[in-house]
Ligand binder design. Structure first.
Ligand SMILES: Cc1ncc(C[n+]2csc(CCOP(=O)(O)OP(=O)(O)O)c2C)c(N)n1
Ligand code: SF4
Ligand SMILES: [Mg+2]
Length: 281
């Protein structure tokens, strides 16, 4: 028996490593359905990820991909997009990978408006390495490295992406699979730096330490606190223990980095071939 999405997965890599009740599979499912419904050629998509539970995704999808070192998914994705601007380059990775060790890359890719879709699985901790605190861990939350409660203030990824100028910004929870799929479709068709944050349960590490209950209970809690709102300014897209505002926060257009770069390269080489300028080699 085959599943309609089987052709998008590498059979040799399944079964996956994700714990029962983990939300990562819902994110992968939404991504594959989005690709399928748009009728995109899977040979024209590159999936890049860093290290972490969510980072395993680049090995699971039957598309070209890079499983980069921890935190370096975005620079590798920028390299691919710059060399082959016709490809759709999608970064799918964890909150720690993208915003702790890799935070600086996110900042400059968004600022430059590189045509990438970045999907961040935000499970509020480093799942793969045993549940350490990271930059999205809520204040007071318990992790292996905050056994008395987190004393830091977490990043608001939506507000951050907005301040950096991302052209498309959304936040969903895995309890919104249809909205997530539609949003990924939008991100895949946008030209520019698109960012989708997905709140997802890490049942084994974060959930256990913060008494979120068994997976179904954790999911029920998320469904209660993750509310969809329209027309909310990114500065008001709060992400708090008892309320997480989800929805689309920005959808605008502006000149894209690789297009500007290639236009400049063409212009300069034409001028150089006419002898109008000298190009230093
Ligand atoms: C340079 C480097 N530092 C640290 C690690 C250890 N490490 C592996 S995954 C990870 C964090 C993963 O957290 P996240 O990106 O949130 O992904 P999740 O597992 O939660 O999906 C860390 C610190 C590493 N592999 N390489
Ligand atoms: S450790 Fe957490 S994030 Fe990793 S697979 Fe298990 S539930 Fe998912
Ligand atoms: Mg994580």
């Amino acid at each position: 028996m085959t599943h309609p999405l089987d052709r998008y997965l590498r059979p040799g890599m399944i079964p996956h490593i994700w714990c029962p009740g983990c939300g990562n599979g819902i994110i992968l499912n939404a991504f594959l359905r989005a690709v399928d419904e748009l009728g995109l050629d899977q040979d024209e998509i590159v999936v890049v990820s860093g290290i972490g539970c969510m980072g395993r995704v680049s090995g699971y999808v039957n598309m070209d991909g890079f499983h980069t070192t921890h935190g370096r998914a975005i620079p590798v994705a920028i390299g691919i997009k710059t060399a082959r601007p016709e490809l759709k380059v999608v970064v799918i990775s964890g909150d720690g990978d993208l915003f702790a060790i890799g935070g600086n890359h996110f900042l400059h890719a968004a600022r430059r408006n590189v045509d990438l879709l970045v999907i961040c699985a935000n499970n509020f901790n480093y799942g793969m390495t045993g549940g350490q605190m990271g930059p999205t861990t809520p204040s007071k939350a318990y992790t292996t490295t905050t056994p008395y409660g987190n004393i830091e203030h977490p990043l608001n990824l939506v507000y951050l992406a907005a301040s950096l100028g991302a052209v498309y910004i959304a936040r969903w929870c895995v309890t919104h699979p249809l909205q997530l799929k539609e949003s990924i479709k939008r991100g895949l068709t946008k030209r520019g730096f698109s960012f989708i944050e997905v709140v997802t349960p890490c049942v084994t590490e974060y959930g256990r330490r913060n008494r979120m209950g068994e997976p179904r209970e954790f999911m029920r809690r998320l469904r209660e606190i993750c509310v969809i709102r329209r027309g909310v300014d990114p500065s008001e897209a709060v992400i708090e223990a008892d309320r997480i505002i989800c929805g689309e926060f920005r959808d605008v257009d502006k000149p894209e980095f690789t297009q500007l770069l290639w236009n400049m390269i063409r212009e300069v080489s034409e001028k150089a071939s006419r002898g109008e300028i000298e190009v230093a080699l």
